[in-house]
Design a protein around this ligand. Structure first.
Ligand code: ADE
Length: 417
């Protein structure tokens, strides 16, 4: 089986989408040009489990331009853009991904990607690595290293490393200033609001907008919602982050209190059971629930289904849950990532930075084959700074550089006032 996509006839439309993304990802195209010249990945097999979007298509084409054989599956059952998947299939990629696939098909596709016997894995949520270490152990000796795109995946991998269960080096592409400041703060906030607006077209101004979690994603979302004139409430469990939210001027309170007054709730914590049946019971009729954390465990969707006497899809990606007492609640994208289920994920300009990091991390793994210990590794800071420079160039922004006297001053401890 070389591909499994919804309908290859969707390819022309997918191709247009990919070309649109390419026109907004000049940084990745620059890296592609070099890979193409140097044939950086000649003979290297790369397995990727990512959201199958137009931006991901630009990444896999970049790796292939460098000579890699790339296999791709989805990292979420609802995030695949079927037309993009069709274009990649037509282009000869081994791609296994259908929007709306069930649990069985999701794992069948993951295994089809692993059947390629990869040297390098690229994950968004650590499902490839988790499967390799549980059900496909025979492939472990052939793996040189992996990369992880998202906070939730890095949390899983650090837990594996702590238990000494992780058998190869993995670059935490998520854990860099470039990822936190742009993908998490700018990308998640815009794409989440995009998902909420496409699903509901509600007015954000004046709404009571509850953000659960004030990490990088939550902070960006709270600030953008405020920028759209929402009345924003933040809930947190971490005292430092809660204080940070207070110092940013947000209302901070426990979810039990926020649940009674919120109009729109968004979970971005990376943890489970953030909105529970107890909260649903307290909520006002008409409240909208969305999740933008990686897994669909932040909202207790099963409990919501059981509490409701009737559930109906009333608009694309929006379900209405009717309760016995006449109250109703709305859920976006089945509680899965609202920004990818109900919208198109982060914009191309943001993804070019994260995917430049993925592309360069693959090259770094290759150059350091056999030298990195099993465990979670940070991406070198000079790679991160290089991506920032390329992106500034794309925005035609010039910056100052340190004089040698300034550099010396920063590196010395003897110079005082
Ligand atoms: N994660 C968030 N947005 C994305 C996008 N547009 N493509 C791939 N992965 C994503």
């Amino acid at each position: 089986m070389d591909h499994d996509v919804k309908d290859v006839k969707l390819a022309p439309q997918g191709q247009k989408k990919i070309e649109w993304a390419e026109r907004h990802m000049p940084v990745l195209l620059k890296i592609r040009e070099r890979f193409q010249k140097e044939k950086t990945f000649k003979g290297v097999r790369i397995a990727a489990c990512l959201h199958v979007t137009k931006e991901t298509a630009v990444l896999v084409r970049t790796l292939r331009a460098g000579g890699a054989e790339v296999s791709l599956c989805a990292s979420n059952p609802l995030s695949t853009q079927d037309d993009v998947a069709a274009a990649l299939a037509e282009d000869g990629f081994r791609i296994f991904s259908v929007n709306g696939e069930d649990h069985e098909s999701y794992y069948k596709h993951l295994n089809a990607v692993l059947d390629a016997q990869p040297h390098i894995t690229i994950d968004d949520g650590a499902d490839l690595i988790s499967t390799l270490h549980s059900k496909r152990k025979e492939l472990l000796p052939g793996i040189w290293g992996g990369q992880e795109e998202t906070t939730t995946g890095v949390i899983r991998l650090r837990a594996m490393a702590k238990d000494k269960a992780l058998k190869f080096p993995v670059i935490a592409v998520n854990d860099t200033p470039m990822k936190h400041m742009f993908d998490n703060v700018q990308g998640t906030s815009q794409s989440t609001l995009d998902g909420i607006l496409r699903a509901t077209n509600l007015l954000i101004a004046g709404s009571i907008f509850v953000v659960a979690g004030f990490g990088y994603c939550g902070k960006g979302l709270a600030m953008k919602a405020r920028g759209m004139n929402a009345r924003v409430i933040v809930t947190e469990t971490d005292p430092v982050k809660a204080l940070d939210a207070v110092m940013h001027g947000f209302e901070v309170m426990p979810m039990k209190e926020a649940a009674r007054i919120g109009d729109i709730f968004v979970t971005v914590t990376g943890d489970k059971d953030v909105l529970t049946k107890d909260h649903f019971a307290l909520m006002k009729s008409g409240a909208v629930l969305a999740n933008s954390g990686h897994f669909d465990c932040e909202i207790q969707v099963e409990a919501l289904r059981q509490m409701a006497k009737h559930v109906e899809t009333i608009r694309p990606h929006l379900e209405k849950f009717d309760f016995d007492d006449g109250k109703h609640l709305y859920l976006i994208g089945e509680g899965r990532l609202a920004n990818l289920a109900a919208a198109e994920g982060h914009p191309s300009e943001v993804m070019q930075m994260s995917f430049a990091a993925q592309a360069l991390a693959s090259e770094y793994l290759l150059k350091n084959k056999g030298k990195l210990a099993p465990g979670v590794h940070e991406i070198p800071r000079d790679i991160d700074a290089g991506i920032a420079r390329l992106t500034l160039e794309a925005y035609r922004v010039k910056i100052d550089s340190l004089t040698s006297a300034q550099e010396k001053y920063l590196n010395s401890w003897t110079e005082g006032t």
